[in-house]
Design a protein around this ligand. Structure first.
Ligand code: AMP
Length: 409
Protein backbone atom coordinates (compact mmCIF):
# COMPACT_ATOMS: atom_id res chain seq x y z
CA UNK A 1 0.00 0.00 0.00
CA UNK A 2 1.40 3.39 -0.97
CA UNK A 3 0.28 5.11 2.24
CA UNK A 4 -2.25 7.30 0.46
CA UNK A 5 -5.26 8.06 2.64
CA UNK A 6 -8.48 9.99 2.01
CA UNK A 7 -8.02 13.78 2.29
CA UNK A 8 -8.52 15.45 5.68
CA UNK A 9 -12.16 16.17 6.38
CA UNK A 10 -13.45 13.50 3.98
CA UNK A 11 -14.60 9.98 4.74
CA UNK A 12 -15.31 6.67 3.07
CA UNK A 13 -18.77 5.20 3.36
CA UNK A 14 -17.95 1.60 4.16
CA UNK A 15 -20.36 -1.27 3.48
CA UNK A 16 -21.39 -1.54 7.15
CA UNK A 17 -22.30 2.18 7.14
CA UNK A 18 -24.25 1.99 3.91
CA UNK A 19 -27.28 0.33 5.52
CA UNK A 20 -28.23 3.16 7.91
CA UNK A 21 -27.69 5.68 5.11
CA UNK A 22 -29.90 3.74 2.76
CA UNK A 23 -32.58 3.58 5.47
CA UNK A 24 -32.40 7.36 5.92
CA UNK A 25 -32.59 7.90 2.17
CA UNK A 26 -35.58 5.57 1.89
CA UNK A 27 -37.37 7.36 4.76
CA UNK A 28 -36.70 10.75 3.13
CA UNK A 29 -37.88 9.56 -0.27
CA UNK A 30 -41.07 8.04 1.14
CA UNK A 31 -41.97 11.02 3.31
CA UNK A 32 -41.14 13.73 0.77
CA UNK A 33 -42.66 12.06 -2.27
CA UNK A 34 -45.90 11.52 -0.34
CA UNK A 35 -45.96 15.29 0.26
CA UNK A 36 -45.55 16.04 -3.46
CA UNK A 37 -41.78 16.59 -3.61
CA UNK A 38 -39.96 15.22 -6.67
CA UNK A 39 -36.24 14.37 -6.80
CA UNK A 40 -33.81 16.71 -8.49
CA UNK A 41 -30.04 16.35 -8.78
CA UNK A 42 -27.80 19.10 -10.11
CA UNK A 43 -24.10 18.86 -11.10
CA UNK A 44 -21.39 18.60 -8.44
CA UNK A 45 -19.86 21.83 -9.79
CA UNK A 46 -21.32 25.04 -11.09
CA UNK A 47 -20.14 28.44 -12.32
CA UNK A 48 -18.53 30.19 -9.32
CA UNK A 49 -20.67 33.22 -10.07
CA UNK A 50 -23.81 31.26 -9.12
CA UNK A 51 -22.65 31.02 -5.50
CA UNK A 52 -21.02 34.45 -5.41
CA UNK A 53 -24.36 35.96 -6.42
CA UNK A 54 -26.73 33.44 -4.88
CA UNK A 55 -25.12 32.71 -1.51
CA UNK A 56 -23.67 36.21 -1.15
CA UNK A 57 -20.19 37.71 -1.34
CA UNK A 58 -20.10 38.57 2.36
CA UNK A 59 -20.83 35.04 3.63
CA UNK A 60 -18.20 32.74 5.13
CA UNK A 61 -19.04 30.21 2.44
CA UNK A 62 -18.10 32.51 -0.42
CA UNK A 63 -15.31 34.33 1.39
CA UNK A 64 -13.30 31.29 2.44
CA UNK A 65 -14.99 27.92 2.09
CA UNK A 66 -15.36 27.31 -1.63
CA UNK A 67 -13.33 24.86 -3.66
CA UNK A 68 -12.97 26.83 -6.86
CA UNK A 69 -10.89 25.95 -9.89
CA UNK A 70 -10.32 27.03 -13.44
CA UNK A 71 -12.11 24.92 -16.04
CA UNK A 72 -9.06 25.11 -18.29
CA UNK A 73 -10.63 27.83 -20.40
CA UNK A 74 -10.41 30.74 -17.97
CA UNK A 75 -13.83 30.20 -16.40
CA UNK A 76 -14.08 29.67 -12.65
CA UNK A 77 -16.04 26.66 -11.45
CA UNK A 78 -16.86 25.73 -7.84
CA UNK A 79 -17.72 22.43 -6.15
CA UNK A 80 -21.21 23.11 -4.82
CA UNK A 81 -21.14 24.24 -1.17
CA UNK A 82 -24.94 24.17 -0.86
CA UNK A 83 -28.01 23.12 -2.79
CA UNK A 84 -30.44 26.03 -2.93
CA UNK A 85 -28.69 28.23 -5.50
CA UNK A 86 -28.16 25.28 -7.91
CA UNK A 87 -31.80 24.16 -7.61
CA UNK A 88 -33.01 27.72 -8.25
CA UNK A 89 -30.64 27.90 -11.23
CA UNK A 90 -32.20 24.68 -12.57
CA UNK A 91 -35.74 26.01 -11.89
CA UNK A 92 -34.96 29.02 -14.08
CA UNK A 93 -32.96 27.18 -16.72
CA UNK A 94 -35.73 24.64 -17.29
CA UNK A 95 -38.62 27.10 -17.22
CA UNK A 96 -40.22 25.50 -14.18
CA UNK A 97 -42.14 28.73 -13.53
CA UNK A 98 -44.50 27.46 -16.27
CA UNK A 99 -45.47 24.48 -14.13
CA UNK A 100 -48.23 24.70 -11.54
CA UNK A 101 -46.75 26.48 -8.52
CA UNK A 102 -45.33 25.79 -6.05
CA UNK A 103 -42.76 23.45 -7.60
CA UNK A 104 -41.64 21.07 -4.87
CA UNK A 105 -38.22 19.47 -5.19
CA UNK A 106 -35.87 17.45 -2.99
CA UNK A 107 -32.29 16.28 -3.30
CA UNK A 108 -29.87 13.90 -1.65
CA UNK A 109 -26.39 14.98 -2.62
CA UNK A 110 -22.88 15.67 -1.43
CA UNK A 111 -21.55 19.18 -0.82
CA UNK A 112 -18.08 20.65 -0.38
CA UNK A 113 -16.81 23.29 2.01
CA UNK A 114 -13.22 24.06 2.95
CA UNK A 115 -13.95 24.11 6.69
CA UNK A 116 -11.82 23.11 9.67
CA UNK A 117 -12.63 19.41 10.01
CA UNK A 118 -14.00 18.11 13.33
CA UNK A 119 -16.62 15.69 14.57
CA UNK A 120 -19.75 16.38 12.50
CA UNK A 121 -17.98 18.92 10.26
CA UNK A 122 -16.43 17.64 7.06
CA UNK A 123 -15.13 19.00 3.79
CA UNK A 124 -17.34 16.73 1.76
CA UNK A 125 -20.65 15.91 3.42
CA UNK A 126 -24.14 14.87 2.40
CA UNK A 127 -27.39 16.73 2.73
CA UNK A 128 -30.99 15.86 2.19
CA UNK A 129 -32.84 19.02 1.27
CA UNK A 130 -36.10 20.39 -0.09
CA UNK A 131 -36.95 23.50 -2.07
CA UNK A 132 -40.55 24.65 -2.58
CA UNK A 133 -40.57 27.42 -5.16
CA UNK A 134 -43.30 29.74 -6.40
CA UNK A 135 -45.54 30.46 -3.41
CA UNK A 136 -45.31 32.84 -0.50
CA UNK A 137 -48.11 31.20 1.41
CA UNK A 138 -47.06 30.83 5.07
CA UNK A 139 -48.63 27.35 4.96
CA UNK A 140 -45.69 26.35 2.77
CA UNK A 141 -43.26 27.56 5.45
CA UNK A 142 -45.10 25.47 8.01
CA UNK A 143 -45.25 22.50 5.61
CA UNK A 144 -41.50 22.29 5.07
CA UNK A 145 -40.76 22.73 8.78
CA UNK A 146 -43.23 19.98 9.72
CA UNK A 147 -41.69 17.70 7.08
CA UNK A 148 -38.19 18.10 8.51
CA UNK A 149 -39.52 17.44 12.01
CA UNK A 150 -41.26 14.31 10.70
CA UNK A 151 -38.11 13.07 8.97
CA UNK A 152 -35.98 13.55 12.09
CA UNK A 153 -38.59 11.78 14.20
CA UNK A 154 -38.93 8.92 11.74
CA UNK A 155 -35.21 8.19 11.62
CA UNK A 156 -34.89 8.39 15.41
CA UNK A 157 -32.96 11.64 15.95
CA UNK A 158 -32.98 12.24 19.69
CA UNK A 159 -33.27 15.45 21.71
CA UNK A 160 -34.32 17.77 18.92
CA UNK A 161 -35.09 21.41 19.46
CA UNK A 162 -36.62 23.73 16.86
CA UNK A 163 -35.92 27.46 16.80
CA UNK A 164 -37.62 29.83 14.40
CA UNK A 165 -37.23 33.48 13.56
CA UNK A 166 -37.93 36.02 10.86
CA UNK A 167 -35.34 37.96 8.90
CA UNK A 168 -38.01 40.31 7.47
CA UNK A 169 -37.99 41.67 3.94
CA UNK A 170 -34.87 43.14 2.32
CA UNK A 171 -35.86 46.80 2.90
CA UNK A 172 -36.55 46.28 6.59
CA UNK A 173 -33.40 44.24 6.98
CA UNK A 174 -31.24 46.87 5.28
CA UNK A 175 -32.54 49.55 7.66
CA UNK A 176 -32.01 47.18 10.58
CA UNK A 177 -28.46 46.36 9.42
CA UNK A 178 -27.61 50.04 9.53
CA UNK A 179 -29.14 50.36 12.99
CA UNK A 180 -27.23 47.28 14.21
CA UNK A 181 -23.95 48.41 12.60
CA UNK A 182 -24.28 51.79 14.38
CA UNK A 183 -24.88 49.95 17.68
CA UNK A 184 -21.84 47.71 17.09
CA UNK A 185 -19.62 50.69 16.21
CA UNK A 186 -20.74 52.32 19.45
CA UNK A 187 -19.60 49.20 21.39
CA UNK A 188 -16.67 48.29 19.13
CA UNK A 189 -14.06 48.21 21.90
CA UNK A 190 -15.84 45.31 23.62
CA UNK A 191 -16.23 43.19 20.47
CA UNK A 192 -13.98 40.32 19.39
CA UNK A 193 -11.59 41.36 16.64
CA UNK A 194 -13.19 39.17 13.95
CA UNK A 195 -16.62 40.62 14.75
CA UNK A 196 -15.31 44.19 14.75
CA UNK A 197 -13.72 43.67 11.33
CA UNK A 198 -17.05 42.54 9.89
CA UNK A 199 -19.31 45.24 11.31
CA UNK A 200 -19.91 46.86 7.96
CA UNK A 201 -19.59 43.68 5.89
CA UNK A 202 -22.13 41.57 7.77
CA UNK A 203 -23.19 42.90 11.18
CA UNK A 204 -25.80 40.15 11.71
CA UNK A 205 -23.05 37.57 12.03
CA UNK A 206 -22.09 39.18 15.35
CA UNK A 207 -25.00 37.19 16.84
CA UNK A 208 -23.10 33.98 15.99
CA UNK A 209 -20.02 34.87 18.05
CA UNK A 210 -18.97 32.63 20.96
CA UNK A 211 -16.86 35.36 22.53
CA UNK A 212 -18.29 36.21 26.01
CA UNK A 213 -17.78 39.99 25.75
CA UNK A 214 -19.33 40.05 22.28
CA UNK A 215 -22.25 38.02 23.57
CA UNK A 216 -22.77 40.50 26.39
CA UNK A 217 -22.88 43.35 23.87
CA UNK A 218 -25.28 41.39 21.66
CA UNK A 219 -27.66 40.77 24.56
CA UNK A 220 -28.51 44.48 24.47
CA UNK A 221 -28.50 44.84 20.69
CA UNK A 222 -31.64 45.95 18.80
CA UNK A 223 -33.65 42.98 17.51
CA UNK A 224 -34.87 42.54 13.97
CA UNK A 225 -38.00 40.76 15.24
CA UNK A 226 -39.02 44.04 16.90
CA UNK A 227 -38.68 45.86 13.57
CA UNK A 228 -40.87 43.68 11.31
CA UNK A 229 -43.35 45.61 9.19
CA UNK A 230 -47.04 44.67 9.32
CA UNK A 231 -47.00 42.12 6.48
CA UNK A 232 -43.79 40.37 7.67
CA UNK A 233 -45.17 40.29 11.21
CA UNK A 234 -48.42 38.78 9.98
CA UNK A 235 -46.58 36.19 7.89
CA UNK A 236 -44.51 35.18 10.91
CA UNK A 237 -47.57 35.03 13.18
CA UNK A 238 -49.37 32.78 10.67
CA UNK A 239 -46.39 30.40 10.42
CA UNK A 240 -46.34 30.12 14.22
CA UNK A 241 -50.06 29.56 14.33
CA UNK A 242 -49.85 26.77 11.73
CA UNK A 243 -46.98 25.10 13.61
CA UNK A 244 -49.17 25.21 16.72
CA UNK A 245 -51.98 23.61 14.72
CA UNK A 246 -49.54 20.85 13.68
CA UNK A 247 -48.66 20.30 17.34
CA UNK A 248 -45.01 21.10 16.73
CA UNK A 249 -43.11 22.69 19.61
CA UNK A 250 -40.68 25.52 18.82
CA UNK A 251 -38.94 28.47 20.38
CA UNK A 252 -38.90 31.90 18.79
CA UNK A 253 -35.27 32.96 18.62
CA UNK A 254 -34.81 36.64 17.78
CA UNK A 255 -31.08 36.04 17.31
CA UNK A 256 -31.39 33.25 14.78
CA UNK A 257 -29.27 34.30 11.85
CA UNK A 258 -28.16 31.97 9.15
CA UNK A 259 -24.86 32.20 7.35
CA UNK A 260 -26.37 32.72 3.93
CA UNK A 261 -27.47 36.07 2.50
CA UNK A 262 -30.52 35.02 0.54
CA UNK A 263 -32.88 34.40 3.43
CA UNK A 264 -35.97 36.56 3.92
CA UNK A 265 -38.81 36.22 6.41
CA UNK A 266 -38.98 32.75 8.01
CA UNK A 267 -35.75 31.05 9.14
CA UNK A 268 -35.51 27.94 11.30
CA UNK A 269 -33.03 25.49 12.68
CA UNK A 270 -33.23 22.06 14.30
CA UNK A 271 -30.54 21.14 16.81
CA UNK A 272 -30.01 17.93 18.72
CA UNK A 273 -28.72 17.48 22.27
CA UNK A 274 -27.25 14.19 21.09
CA UNK A 275 -24.59 16.12 19.15
CA UNK A 276 -21.61 17.96 20.57
CA UNK A 277 -20.44 21.41 19.52
CA UNK A 278 -21.80 20.99 16.00
CA UNK A 279 -25.39 20.65 17.19
CA UNK A 280 -27.16 21.84 14.02
CA UNK A 281 -28.99 18.97 12.34
CA UNK A 282 -30.75 20.94 9.66
CA UNK A 283 -32.26 24.28 8.88
CA UNK A 284 -33.45 26.62 6.23
CA UNK A 285 -35.75 29.45 5.44
CA UNK A 286 -37.44 31.61 2.84
CA UNK A 287 -35.48 33.10 -0.02
CA UNK A 288 -38.00 35.31 -1.76
CA UNK A 289 -35.31 37.41 -3.46
CA UNK A 290 -32.96 34.68 -4.65
CA UNK A 291 -34.42 33.83 -8.05
CA UNK A 292 -34.42 37.51 -8.99
CA UNK A 293 -30.77 37.80 -7.93
CA UNK A 294 -30.06 34.91 -10.31
CA UNK A 295 -31.67 36.82 -13.18
CA UNK A 296 -35.22 35.45 -13.02
CA UNK A 297 -38.59 37.06 -12.33
CA UNK A 298 -39.50 37.81 -8.69
CA UNK A 299 -40.29 34.32 -7.35
CA UNK A 300 -40.69 33.36 -3.71
CA UNK A 301 -39.29 30.12 -2.34
CA UNK A 302 -38.49 28.26 0.84
CA UNK A 303 -36.36 25.24 1.67
CA UNK A 304 -34.15 23.41 4.13
CA UNK A 305 -31.11 21.21 4.17
CA UNK A 306 -30.21 18.64 6.80
CA UNK A 307 -26.82 17.00 7.21
CA UNK A 308 -26.94 13.25 6.63
CA UNK A 309 -23.89 12.56 8.83
CA UNK A 310 -25.30 14.72 11.65
CA UNK A 311 -28.66 12.93 11.43
CA UNK A 312 -26.93 9.54 11.61
CA UNK A 313 -24.78 10.70 14.55
CA UNK A 314 -27.81 12.07 16.39
CA UNK A 315 -29.87 8.95 15.69
CA UNK A 316 -27.25 6.77 17.37
CA UNK A 317 -26.00 3.39 16.27
CA UNK A 318 -28.70 1.36 14.54
CA UNK A 319 -28.56 -2.42 14.32
CA UNK A 320 -26.56 -3.45 11.28
CA UNK A 321 -29.03 -3.98 8.48
CA UNK A 322 -27.36 -6.56 6.28
CA UNK A 323 -29.84 -8.37 4.07
CA UNK A 324 -30.07 -12.01 5.19
CA UNK A 325 -29.06 -14.58 2.60
CA UNK A 326 -31.97 -16.78 1.54
CA UNK A 327 -29.96 -19.37 -0.34
CA UNK A 328 -26.29 -20.33 -0.40
CA UNK A 329 -25.34 -22.61 -3.29
CA UNK A 330 -22.50 -25.04 -2.51
CA UNK A 331 -20.88 -27.38 -5.03
CA UNK A 332 -17.77 -29.49 -5.61
CA UNK A 333 -17.78 -30.11 -9.37
CA UNK A 334 -20.93 -28.63 -10.84
CA UNK A 335 -19.97 -24.97 -11.03
CA UNK A 336 -22.23 -24.39 -14.09
CA UNK A 337 -25.26 -25.86 -12.29
CA UNK A 338 -24.46 -23.84 -9.16
CA UNK A 339 -24.14 -20.65 -11.19
CA UNK A 340 -27.43 -21.27 -13.04
CA UNK A 341 -29.16 -21.86 -9.69
CA UNK A 342 -27.90 -18.55 -8.27
CA UNK A 343 -28.95 -16.64 -11.40
CA UNK A 344 -32.45 -18.16 -11.25
CA UNK A 345 -32.73 -17.48 -7.53
CA UNK A 346 -31.76 -13.82 -7.93
CA UNK A 347 -34.16 -13.42 -10.85
CA UNK A 348 -36.88 -14.73 -8.52
CA UNK A 349 -36.02 -12.01 -5.99
CA UNK A 350 -34.10 -14.17 -3.51
CA UNK A 351 -30.87 -13.05 -1.86
CA UNK A 352 -28.59 -15.78 -3.18
CA UNK A 353 -24.86 -16.46 -3.20
CA UNK A 354 -22.63 -19.24 -4.48
CA UNK A 355 -19.23 -20.50 -3.50
CA UNK A 356 -16.51 -18.32 -5.07
CA UNK A 357 -13.41 -18.89 -2.97
CA UNK A 358 -12.46 -22.53 -3.69
CA UNK A 359 -13.46 -23.79 -0.22
CA UNK A 360 -13.90 -27.48 0.51
CA UNK A 361 -17.51 -28.61 0.89
CA UNK A 362 -17.03 -28.50 4.67
CA UNK A 363 -15.64 -24.96 4.36
CA UNK A 364 -18.58 -23.96 2.19
CA UNK A 365 -21.09 -25.17 4.79
CA UNK A 366 -19.25 -23.22 7.47
CA UNK A 367 -19.36 -20.14 5.27
CA UNK A 368 -23.12 -20.58 4.78
CA UNK A 369 -23.44 -20.62 8.60
CA UNK A 370 -21.44 -17.42 8.82
CA UNK A 371 -23.75 -15.76 6.28
CA UNK A 372 -26.79 -16.94 8.23
CA UNK A 373 -28.22 -18.43 5.03
CA UNK A 374 -31.76 -19.77 5.46
CA UNK A 375 -31.15 -22.56 2.93
CA UNK A 376 -28.07 -24.28 1.55
CA UNK A 377 -28.30 -26.06 -1.79
CA UNK A 378 -25.53 -28.64 -2.27
CA UNK A 379 -25.38 -29.17 -6.02
CA UNK A 380 -24.34 -32.71 -6.92
CA UNK A 381 -24.43 -34.66 -10.17
CA UNK A 382 -28.07 -35.55 -10.84
CA UNK A 383 -29.67 -33.88 -7.80
CA UNK A 384 -29.50 -31.15 -5.22
CA UNK A 385 -29.57 -31.62 -1.46
CA UNK A 386 -31.49 -28.69 -0.01
CA UNK A 387 -30.89 -27.98 3.66
CA UNK A 388 -33.27 -25.85 5.70
CA UNK A 389 -30.80 -24.56 8.26
CA UNK A 390 -33.48 -23.28 10.62
CA UNK A 391 -35.42 -26.55 10.76
CA UNK A 392 -32.30 -28.72 10.51
CA UNK A 393 -33.91 -30.82 7.74
CA UNK A 394 -32.63 -31.85 4.33
CA UNK A 395 -34.38 -33.05 1.18
CA UNK A 396 -33.25 -34.14 -2.25
CA UNK A 397 -34.67 -32.23 -5.24
CA UNK A 398 -34.29 -31.81 -8.98
CA UNK A 399 -32.08 -28.80 -9.59
CA UNK A 400 -34.81 -26.85 -11.35
CA UNK A 401 -37.19 -27.27 -8.39
CA UNK A 402 -34.85 -25.61 -5.88
CA UNK A 403 -35.75 -21.95 -6.46
CA UNK A 404 -39.50 -22.56 -6.35
CA UNK A 405 -39.07 -24.56 -3.12
CA UNK A 406 -37.08 -21.78 -1.39
CA UNK A 407 -39.36 -19.05 -2.73
CA UNK A 408 -42.42 -20.86 -1.37
CA UNK A 409 -40.98 -21.14 2.14
P1 AMP B 1 -26.30 24.91 5.99
O1 AMP B 1 -26.34 24.54 4.52
O2 AMP B 1 -25.01 25.54 6.39
O3 AMP B 1 -27.53 25.60 6.46
O4 AMP B 1 -26.27 23.51 6.76
C1 AMP B 1 -27.41 22.68 6.85
C2 AMP B 1 -27.02 21.42 7.57
O5 AMP B 1 -26.00 20.73 6.84
C3 AMP B 1 -26.39 21.65 8.95
O6 AMP B 1 -27.38 21.73 9.92
C4 AMP B 1 -25.55 20.40 9.11
O7 AMP B 1 -26.37 19.33 9.54
C5 AMP B 1 -25.09 20.12 7.71
N1 AMP B 1 -23.73 20.64 7.46
C6 AMP B 1 -23.37 21.89 7.10
N2 AMP B 1 -22.04 22.00 6.95
C7 AMP B 1 -21.54 20.77 7.22
C8 AMP B 1 -20.21 20.21 7.24
N3 AMP B 1 -19.14 20.93 6.92
N4 AMP B 1 -20.09 18.91 7.56
C9 AMP B 1 -21.16 18.15 7.86
N5 AMP B 1 -22.42 18.61 7.85
C10 AMP B 1 -22.61 19.91 7.54
Amino acid sequence: MSGITAPRGTFDILPEQAGPRAALEAAARELLEAAGYARIETPAFEATELFARGVGESTDIVQKEMYSFDDGGGRSLTLRPEGTAPVCRAYLQHGMHKLPQPVRLYYLSSFFRAERPQQGRYREFWQVGVEAIGSEDPALDAEVIVLLAALLRRVGVRGTRLRIGSLASPGTRAAYRDELAAYLHAHAERLAANVRERIDLNPLRAFDSDDPDTRAVMAGAPRLLDRLDASDAEHFATVRDLLDRAGLAYEVDPRLVRGIDYYTRTVFEFTSDALGAQSGVGGGGRYDGLIEVLGGPPTPGIGWAAGVERILLAAGEPAPSVRPVDLFVAYEERRGDAFATVVEARAAGLAAEMELAGRTLKGQLKHADRLGARYVAIVEPGAVRLRDRGAGTEESLERDAVVARVSAS
